[in-house]
Design a binder for this molecule. Structure first.
Ligand SMILES: [Zn+2]
Length: 301
């Protein structure tokens, strides 16, 4: 998965709750992977009475470190952007320590377990927030007012959280600081994802804080590049299929010549998401039921 060229590298250390901005602290969990970059960045908002965004995986070392680092303060809210295994399971552990309620859009789009070859990061199907929040809701933690911004696409229940007074936006996996987001059907949806990126363009946030990767200080340029990247990928798929009908596995190599072999499954499903986008718009068809194994072709105008 290619990285936008203008990313900067942000130095960080495991095991330290760093002050990364006014009223914003971050502790990175030690769960580096092809999906998580260095690991999950757990954010602490405010001082005294604080909110935690994305407690991360069910890693008791990480949660203990977070609680120890906040001695003398009180965690009063636990916010979850979505229910991938690197974001929400730590909420259960943190709630045991603190009794703080959890907030999120809702559970993942399914209660069936998703098998390991789905290409998704792994789904925490058992997470249901204590408080379901929707677009425009405000969560208060101490003096901080946190606005909920619903951004379906990466998953249908993905929520970003904003600090309107300072223009900070916690983007979860909707906008990441090191890679493009994984959008995998059926719980990821390319049309929703692109719409949720466009939604950010009409907001006035100054800085994005992704769960993975460094902060993004020029967010609209970044978001425009993400949209352009997806639309280019969609155009590349059309161009390939104009030559001849193809299966997804035949499209991976020409579309992702440099791909990390660990990400071939995710890339295949990302192509699938773009194909569904094109099928919905009657640009692409397949002659059997739509699946990862289908042969896809363009529809003659
Ligand atoms: Zn995710």
């Amino acid at each position: 998965m290619e990285q936008p060229s203008f990313l900067t590298h942000h130095d960080f250390e495991y095991g330290i709750l760093e002050e990364v901005g006014p009223g914003i602290r971050r502790l990175t969990a030690r769960n580096p992977s092809a999906f998580t970059f260095h690991g999950t960045g757990t954010y602490v908002i405010g001082e005294g009475d604080v909110a935690v965004i994305d407690p991360g995986p069910a890693d008791s070392t990480h949660i203990n470190m977070l609680v120890d680092s906040l001695q003398g303060e009180t965690i009063t809210r636990i916010l979850v952007t979505h229910c991938h295994m690197d974001h929400s399971p730590g909420a259960r552990l943190l709630k045991k320590f603190t009794g703080a309620p959890t907030y999120g859009f809702g559970p993942h789009g399914t209660h069936q377990s998703v098998n390991g070859d789905s290409g998704e990061e792994g789904v925490d199907v058992s997470f249901t927030p204590d408080v379901k929040v929707k677009e425009g809701d405000t969560i208060r933690a101490g003096l901080a007012e946190i606005e909920c911004v619903h951004t379906p696409g990466h998953t249908s229940n993905h929520m970003c959280f904003a600090l309107p007074k300072t223009g900070d936006l916690f983007t979860g996996d909707h906008v990441m600081g090191w890679s493009t987001s994984v959008v995998i059907p059926p719980y990821g949806n390319m049309s929703d994802y692109i719409n949720s990126l466009e939604k950010l363009l009409i907001r006035s946030d100054h800085c994005y804080w992704p769960t993975h990767g460094p902060p993004i200080g020029d967010p609209k340029i970044f978001v425009r590049s993400l949209i352009a990247h997806r639309l280019k990928r969609i155009q590349d798929i059309i161009a390939l299929l104009e030559l001849k009908p193809l299966s997804i596995s035949e499209m991976v190599k020409p579309l992702y010549p440099q791909i990390d072999p660990r990400l071939i499954g995710a890339a295949s499903r990302s192509i699938f998401a773009s194909l569904i986008y094109l099928i919905d718009r009657k640009i692409i068809a397949c002659d059997s039921a739509v699946s990862l194994q289908s042969i896809f072709r363009t529809i003659e105008p």
